[in-house]
Structure formats: C-alpha cells, structure tokens
Write a protein that binds this ligand. Structure first.
Ligand code: NDP
Length: 405
C-alpha cells in the first residue's frame, strides 16, 4: 500500500490515474498534480464516478520549479512520482525526487526547450546521484519507449542466444475524423517527427533526411501501411543494453493527408521553435500551433480503429537463425470507453502504471537510473494483458518487409 504522486493532467495522466485507481491494494493514496488544477479535478471526478476510489486528491504545481515540487512532495509524502507531464520537466522532477527521497518514473526522455533534441545523456548523468541516495529512477516506461524495451528484453531472455536485427514498428491504424491532429502533445510530437531520421548499423548511427526511407509494412489486424524510418529515443538505450545488435531501426506509419499537412506547417514556419515577435510579444510558432490544434485528449470519442506496436527481431538460437515478432493491438474505442482517453494515451498510461506497480512491489528494484529493458521482463509482461494491453508473439513467420535479412 503506497502513496503515489502523478504529475501531468493530460491524456496520459488521465489513463495513469484511472489505472492506478483500479489497484487500491498497491496505490492506496493517489494525488494528481498539474499546472492547471481544474484539469486534475475533472479527471479525478471521472475516476471517482467509475471506480469508487476514495483516496484521490489534486494539487496545482509548476513542475519546472524545484522548490514548489519539493514542498508538494514533502506535504503529500508519496513513495514515488509518476511523471507524465512533458519531457522538459524530467530533470526538475528528478532533482525534487532526490531532495525528498522518493522514487521516479517517466515516459519520455529529457529534451531542452530551445533545442529539439532528445537524448538520454542528461538523465543518465543522474546515475550516481540516484545510486548514492538509494533511489530508483525508471526512464521511458510508456509504450515506445517502454513496452518495446520490455518486449526486446523478453526476446533476448527467452527466444535468442543473440539478437542481431531489431525493427520497432508503430502503426496507428485509427481514424479520429479530424483533418489534422497529433495523438499526444502536438509540440512534443512535431518536434520529434520533424527531426532527421537515424538508425543503428554496424556500431554507428546512420542519419537520413526526415521521412527519406519508406517501407510498406504489414500490421496484424490492420494490413499494409506506409511506414517511415524515424529516430526514436529507445534506440539509444537498446543499442547500449543489447550490444549484439547489428542494426536497430524504428518505423512509424503516416498517411498522405497527415504528411501533406505537416509539409505545409513546416513550409510556412509554424513548426519553428525560435520565438518571433508578434504585436510586441514573443511567440514560439510551434507553441501557438499547439494552441489551435485539437487537444489529443479530446480525440477519443469518435476515434475508430486500432494501434499496433511491436518488435520484429532476428538473431540466432541454438546455432540457427530465428525470426520473432511480438506486438500489441489496442482499440481506440475500447480505451475511450474505459478511461475517456484514446488509444495512444492508453498504450502509454497502462505501462506507466504497471512500471510503477513493479517498483512498489519490489519486482523492479535497484539504486540508480534504469531503462526498462534492464529489468526482468517477466513479471511486467505477466500482467500487461490483464491490465489492458494483451500481447502476442510468433516465431519464424515472415511478416516482414522485402529486404528483411
Ligand atoms: P498532454 O499535453 O496532453 O499533457 C501534458 C500535461 O502536462 C498537461 O496537462 C500540462 O498541464 C502538464 N504540464 C505541462 N507543463 C507543466 C508544468 N510546467 N508543470 C506541471 N504540469 C505541466 O500530453 P500527453 O498526456 O499526451 O503526454 C504526456 C507525456 O507522455 C509526454 O511527455 C509525452 O512525450 C509522453 N508520451 C510517451 C509515449 C510513450 O509511448 N513513451 C507516447 C505518448 C506520449 P496543464 O494542462 O495542467 O497546464
């Protein structure tokens, strides 16, 4: 029985709060805090209506202000913080956890506001501080990063002697009925996908132009979809933690309509992160764009279709080549019916809750800063399906693209 502080009242925070409230034996007291307290109150009212969880409270906090965080943590005294606000706040929340002696978990790695660049180096630099404090920090415990790392750890533990080729494949086969919207925070999402592509090949990174490499990949229950090679943060930790990998790539599906909108947004400068002066005020174009795009948290009601995210892995088992595919499909409608949030928030929030549960139950433990693939995948995957994200695996079938080695 533990107290937990959830920071961030967006789509993912909604799902985490719902899912934690379904397990009062583990999360006995839950506080949801965000910049805007009314958003927390709204979520908590919905959760109370659906789960009868009594010990839910809310607070307002600026997660970029360490003294404010420290004072909130000291007054509530949680065992851990689940951080599902924005990647800009990773370091301030880690600092506050160190100062107050509580564990930490997040779903996205740190990104400085003035540079669209996500790398683990800033958070890995906290290794000694967390070790010395005897605290655990778990990084990237959503779906991707998150479950994709746990899937890879399962493959390495149970299915291969060595893994050589990893392709993480992320398909959103859903339709929200809007001309253009992002499935999670538009600012973070657009910063990530408009970067240059990058993949790991034979011990080094190979860079590509954005959207330069496209394949048509076949997704279970969804079918073939245009998939583009992107750089995604888990490639950095997975290539470090599984040094036998000769190649690691990340693919994400985008429809033509989405790409056309994106091209226009970029061409007219609306994806820019440098401030422009407008009527005497400095405005960051991408922040303004976020304000006029649909809120990802509101996409759920009419969202149809499914997401399908998995790992396609090749390697060697008992001296023979082996292919292995592990994945989850998640229905947007089912996610919405349960939590009021669409599938992308759901597939992120469920693993965040489950990772926190693993920590509180002592199944994932240790002092220091960890990526999820460093822990035992078994207890996590044992529960993942039961808690809303059933997964499937197949060996030695060819779901792959034409040049898959
Ligand atoms: P939203 O934009 O919907 O929600 C983010 C919330 O963070 C908002 O409610 C906002 O507060 C709050 N927030 C922002 N700044 C502050 C601050 N300074 N102090 C306190 N609260 C703040 O995002 P999502 O819910 O879609 O995403 C949440 C996180 O999950 C992001 O980091 C995203 O990158 C990550 N993610 C990870 C995925 C994975 O698979 N690993 C997939 C999808 C998302 P308010 O509204 O109160 O002002």
């Amino acid at each position: 029985m533990s107290k937990v502080l959830i920071i961030g009242a967006g789509g993912v925070g909604r799902v985490v709060t719902y899912k934690c409230a379904q397990h009062p034996d583990v999360f006995s007291d839950i506080m949801l805090a965000s910049r805007t307290r009314s958003k927390c109150d709204e979520i908590v009212a919905d959760v109370r209506r659906d789960t009868d969880h009594q010990s839910l409270s809310t607070a307002s906090v600026d997660a970029e202000n360490v003294p404010e965080l420290v004072s909130l943590i000291r007054s509530f005294q949680p065992k851990m913080v689940i951080h599902v606000a924005l990647p800009y706040q990773d370091l301030t929340i880690m600092d506050a956890c160190l100062e107050t002696g509580v564990h930490y978990l997040d779903t996205a790695n740190y990104e400085p506001k003035d540079e669209a660049k996500f790398e683990y180096k800033w958070q890995w630099a906290y290794q000694d501080k967390f070790k010395e404090a005897g605290l655990t920090a778990v990084l990237g415990c959503g779906f991707d990063p998150g479950v994709t790392g746990v899937f890879t750890a399962r493959a390495a533990k149970h299915h291969f002697d060595e893994i050589h080729y990893l392709d993480i494949v992320d398909c959103n086969g859903g339709d929200h009925g809007k001309a253009f919207a992002t499935n999670f925070n538009p600012e973070i999402n657009l910063r990530a996908i408009t970067q240059r592509g990058k993949y790991w090949q034979d011990g080094k990174w190979v860079e590509t132009e954005p959207f330069e490499i496209k394949r048509v990949l076949n997704y279970p229950e969804i079918g073939p979809r245009d998939s583009y090679l992107l750089y995604h943060e888990e490639l950095e930790s997975l290539t470090k933690n599984f040094p036998s990998l000769k190649r690691a790539r990340f693919w994400m599906t985008f429809g033509q309509e989405y790409l056309t909108h994106l091209r226009v947004i970029q061409n007219i400068g609306m994806a820019g992160i440098d401030p422009v002066r407008f009527k005497g005020v400095d405005i960051v174009p991408l922040e303004f764009l976020k304000a006029v795009l649909p809120d990802p948290g509101d996409l759920g009601e009419n969202y149809t279709g499914e997401t399908s995210i998995g790992c396609r892995i090749k390697g060697v088992k008992d001296g023979k080549p082996k292919t292995y595919y592990i994945w989850n499909n998640c229905s947007h409608q089912a996610a919405y019916d349960e939590t009021g949030a669409q599938g992308v928030s759901y597939t992120t929030g469920v693993p965040a809750m489950l990772g926190a549960m693993m920590m509180l139950q002592g199944k994932w433990s240790g002092a220091g800063v960890f990526n999820v693939e460093e822990f035992d995948p078994d207890p996590f995957l044992h529960r993942l399906g039961e808690y809303g994200l059933p997964w499937h695996e197949r060996s030695n079938v060819d779901l792959e693209f034409d040049d898959y080695q």
